[in-house]
Design a protein around this ligand. Sequence first.
Ligand SMILES: NC(=O)c1ccc[n+]([C@@H]2O[C@H](COP(=O)([O-])OP(=O)(O)OC[C@H]3O[C@@H](n4cnc5c(N)ncnc54)[C@H](OP(=O)(O)O)[C@@H]3O)[C@@H](O)[C@H]2O)c1
Length: 357
Amino acid sequence: METSENIALVVGATGISGSNLASKLLEKGWKVFGLSRNPKNDIKGLQPIAADLLNIESLTTALCNVSPTHVFFTTWMRNDTEDENIRVNSALVRNLLDVLSVKKSVKHVALVTGLKHYLGPFDAYATTGTLPETPLREEQPRLNIQNFYYSQEDEVFIAAARDGFSWSIHRPHTLIGKTIGNAMNMGTTLAVYASICKQANIPFIWPGSEAQWNGLSDVTDAKVLADQIIWAATNPEAHNEAFNIANGDVFRWKWLWPKIAEWFEIEFEGYNGSIQLESVLNDKHSVWSNIAKEHQLVEENLKVLASAWHTDLDLGRPLEVMTDMSKSRKLGFSVYKDTKDSFFELFAQLRNDKIIP
Ligand SMILES: NC(=O)c1ccc[n+]([C@@H]2O[C@H](COP(=O)([O-])OP(=O)(O)OC[C@H]3O[C@@H](n4cnc5c(N)ncnc54)[C@H](OP(=O)(O)O)[C@@H]3O)[C@@H](O)[C@H]2O)c1
């Protein structure tokens, strides 16, 4: 496929999935538009589009001169209940695909969801402990419980049947990669936590469950996710399929935690049954702002960098969670990343970009 003919619309281009995907597409020679409500100018070559997906008028106007061949949907909005998540997040997908439908330019739509497809939504998996069989496999049926991912998938399926485009669904585990100010970013959250522990001389304590500390895990480097999305969009044998996506190795947090501590040159404590990162960081706002001033860092607001609520939910799960990668491997997707490298490359980049000391 000639990439010069491809026009990508990355929806959510400032997010952790979208920004890493936009950079990869540009490297590969695609023409790339990046949509969000507040676009940034930090990716060279990306053509920003400011629009709110919940406002059809704003969307129609913003896209009037854009006819994408490929749509990469990497957007979600967090709401208080799953009912609201379903109403809002299905509208995001539906509104965009409705506005694009009249252009008849779209050949493929990729949608990024995640492992909550198998684990259930936030308010179910951590508290009621829905325990699906691991490793998670694409063929496992939908859970008998409402989930905004299912509603977003259904919007894609309905529009694909109407407009005749192919689709792919991508289900990453916890994403590790750089972006600032997004909703869920475990790598940056842990980097900020470790930096605070180092500067304030407090212990770097594991904030999660016993099952997560001892059990097997995997994560998804945002660049590996980007590779899979591009691979699926450009290989017909991967069309109209849903794929898990993780780095390709497995690890135990009790193995990785000491290595993260070593990278930051701090002491660590393992699982101790009690701490929530959100409460540890709650009273560290002025500590962080002082660290940021002292080291001339770019962001003094701890809230912008750290998403402790999400790290607590992920690491607090009552089961070990890892994914089976056979489906895309069998079809030829072979990208692999060492998870230690995902974390250490992110930490080095955050240090280099003056986000952590
Ligand atoms: N982050 C993770 O660790 C993780 C792990 C597994 C699965 N997932 C899933 O991956 C998918 C993508 O999430 P992500 O974490 O990559 O997203 P993200 O980093 O939170 O980014 C969301 C993007 O969407 C844009 N956006 C939000 N509301 C919008 C609206 N109304 N109109 C236009 N743009 C809007 C945001 O920019 P503006 O705010 O400027 O609009 C941003 O560019 C989600 O389904 C998520 O659940 C994420």
